[in-house]
Design a protein around this ligand. Structure first.
Ligand code: GTP
Length: 351
């Protein structure tokens, strides 16, 4: 089976991390998000994957070159961002016409039973099957309304109030013939253009409900939550990770304190008397002596100076927080030095 994995979004909500790193290539525990996705697909019999993006495509080259084994990867460069629907239509020539195929957002973490979803799609004779996730608060998503047998009635706009409901989980089984009316390359949204048009034409579009783990990595909060859930063993398809998670090549001083929901990636360093809680420390980032990091993401090669306090903040690649500075809910761009908003008064050394 083949799958189109969408990796061409700008990831604006995850800035400044995504200033230099594609959302799908951000580390998730011990490897890039996309590795987890491809491994999951491989376990479900997907042996050929098509990746497409118009944006930061160079950064995918080294990923593809370094990736070994199943599935094989075909790369498509979009001349301009085509949107989620346009990118899928644009990939049809690589997908082939005979068989149903999978299409999925590359920014989701799920242990969805893809095999069962494809089987259900075939049994129902569906033109498209959409994985649904049940959420308690649908305000950030559009709702998908289905009838009792799972047939999709409509896509609804984001609700104003906090209501529970089924949302589009960003994984689809699609019949190529259902998409033949659209000429590539054109910009289309799968939710706003493609599915509503197919429903209006009376094609059999079904939802696939399950109790699978599902999260989209759209925001820093959700990116952190995905790590916490992996540490808590909530993602069925993920390996077991020790808590806190410290990569083999990371260096954590015996006198540093890591909370159980701390993730310290390869080559990162946490020095004496530093505290890291509920946070992800990316490869080769450094938390210097006596610094405290809570509920934050420290991008690759970023640096938190001695005695600094970083709370609910995101440092992009190569960003720095000077010694002794306190940061709360800050976003520091790639290669920038955080403005000193408040001094902690804690002893620190310049690094
Ligand atoms: P935000 O800017 O934060 O909304 O991020 P995004 O554009 O990545 O967001 P969205 O959640 O809409 O995208 C869902 C998935 O589709 C992500 O994996 C994106 O990388 C991907 N995607 C979005 N737009 C495009 C596009 O134009 N082309 C391709 N190939 N993929 C896209």
């Amino acid at each position: 089976m083949r799958a189109v994995v969408l990796v061409g979004g700008e990831g604006t909500r995850l800035r400044p991390l995504t200033e230099t790193i594609k959302k799908e290539l951000l580390p998730l525990m011990d490897r890039a998000v996309l590795h987890h996705t491809l491994d999951h697909l491989s376990r479900h019999g997907v042996h050929e994957v098509i990746l497409s993006s118009s944006y930061l495509e160079d950064t995918f080259r080294s990923f593809i070159e370094a990736r070994r084994g199943d599935p094989t990867i075909t790369w498509i460069t979009e001349t301009e961002p085509l949107g989620t629907g346009g990118a899928i239509v644009n990939a049809l020539s690589s997908v082939g016409t005979g068989e149903p195929f999978l299409a999925l957002n590359g920014d989701i973490v799920t242990d969805l039973d893809v095999t069962a979803m494809v089987a259900t799609h075939r049994t129902r004779g569906a033109a498209a099957t959409i994985a649904l996730a049940h959420v308690d608060d649908a305000r950030a998503f559009g709702l998908v309304a289905t009838q009792a047998d799972g047939r999709v009635l409509e896509f609804r706009e984001k609700p104003q109030e906090q209501v529970p409901g089924d949302i589009n989980a960003g994984t689809y089984v699609l019949e190529p013939s259902a998409l033949s009316r659209w000429e590539p390359p054109g910009s289309l949204s799968i939710e706003r253009d493609v599915f509503p048009a197919l429903i209006a034409d009376g094609l059999p579009i079904y939802g696939f409900s399950s109790d699978a783990y599902w999260i989209d990595l759209g925001t820093p909060e959700k990116y952190l939550q995905a790590h916490f859930d992996m540490l808590d063993g909530k993602v069925g398809s993920a390996p077991h990770y020790a808590t806190p998670f410290v990569a083999d090549s990371a260096a954590v001083h015996d006198g540093a304190r890591l909370g159980r929901r701390a993730v310290v990636c390869a080559g990162a360093r946490v020095e004496r008397d530093a505290v890291v809680e509920d946070s992800v420390v990316h490869p080769h980032a450094v938390v210097e002596e006596g610094a405290t990091v809570r509920r934050s993401i420290l991008g690759p090669r970023s640096r938190v100076g001695g005695g600094a306090v970083v709370n609910r903040s995101v440092l992009a690649e190569g960003a720095a927080v000077p010694a002794g500075v306190a940061l709360d809910e800050a976003r520091v761009s790639a290669g920038q030095v955080a403005a000193s908003t408040e001094r902690t008064g804690a002893p620190g050394r310049m690094g």
